[in-house]
Design a protein around this ligand. Sequence first.
Ligand code: KIV
Ligand code: ZN
Length: 514
Amino acid sequence: MDQVKIFDTTLRDGEQSPGCSMNLKEKIEIARCLEKLKVDVIEAGFAIVSPGDFESVKTISETVKDCTVASLARATVKDIDAAWEAVKGAADPRIHVFIATSPLHMEYKLRMKPEEVLEQAGKMVAYAKKFCSNIEFSAEDATRSDLDFLSRVTEIAIANGATTINLPDTVGYTTPGEMRHLIEYVRAHAAGSEKAIFSVHCHNDLGMATSNSLAGVLGGARQIECTINGLGERAGNTALEEVVMAIHTRQDTYNVETRIDTTQIYRSSKTVYNIIGQTAPLNKAIVGKNAFAHEAGIHQHGVLANKKTYEIMTPEAVGIVANNLVLGKHSGRHAFTQRIEELGYTLTKEEIDRCFEEFKDVCDKKKNITDADLEAIVTHHTANLIQEVDENGYVLDWFQTSTSNFTTATCTVSLKKDEEKFQAVALGDGPIDAAFNAIDQIIKPSEHSFDIFSINSISEGKDTLGDVTVKISSHNKTFTGRGLSTDIIEASVNAYLTAMNRLAAYEAKAKEAE
Ligand code: KIV
Ligand code: ZN
């Protein structure tokens, strides 16, 4: 059976989307996840964009051993130089060169004539090839390009050394029939096409990214570019979990396979959502909470009689482990550790110690601890590790709020720092705003924007844990804080404090460096 390569661009196209920017440690954590998932290619970033992007592509290149690592580059010498410098330490480096080929993009964005685009594409692929044997060429906005022009640029790219030809649906405009035709047409009309692997890269503006990518496979594409959870600009990119499970479940139709370890899908999805401070929509295909839930009586009856009546794939296939063990106050460390391992997490002894401590705290407030609670405890702990909680920052001592639907909320907050205590009281639009205002009075933060504040409930029931994410930005950097508690005000205060402490630590470091 033919293999389809899975090219993951969560760290480049995904990270480009608003609210999804990540720091270096977060990117490395995701790269490790992608390696475990066994993607073929990790597009680690766009090296020329900033020193931070360069650094992360370089670090990921030096960290990942079992996947190709690519950097994006426009078809210019400067971009290609930066891309090569960043990926050259990889076990299998790739330079991904792109230029737009649609009449609209060539005229209004590039301000280049079609002939100039052809020449630049050829010259720059040849330039990249001097450094690296593995070259991908992308014809940006391919789905709105003239098919014969696309065939010409493809044959020039291949003649100059491109080994992968990517034909992206940059604006999410195409349809499955058109996508299949486009791949078939270019493969049939570009001289040398048999020497390259054809690739699809679809955006989801019309909700067709998955279908379009799979149609590309039917047309002969053997690489799919995608992101975990379909992250990406506007409506996102093709979701990795969707195309992989479609190929896996419908081999009768696609007759191809991937090397993905599907049992890592759920955990990878969780890791990415956790890092960007979001959760899967309940009905999200493959990884949403309801994706394998059968509530309607008629469905339950069928599933009990024979799972295949309503289940086209098993939750276990994507790494959702059936839970027959509920943990609680009396559960010991052994049961806790065993369940964490069954859920797919590998923690060090110190990490287990800290998570077990938090688990015991949660048990005091909540009777039954579900897998979702356990995962929240672990991912919350790892997120704080990745984001480097400032041990010398402010910590919550206590808070007290007073609120009603007919008075202004007030909150008194007491914070501790190096054994010194600080207290402040403030009003606000609700108790959380009041708590944040009180914290601001103590910390006196420098100017920042408040980008994300989200509260998610972890499990069912009124005593559910609230998982709060706060993202603030300052100095062109994002600072994230997470808080987890059955009390959402406490969770919010802890999340806000963590983000603020990180901002303060960053400023202190910058001052020291001056
Ligand atoms: O959407 C797109 O066209 C891209 C290319 C740069 C590959 O992301
Ligand atoms: Zn894209």
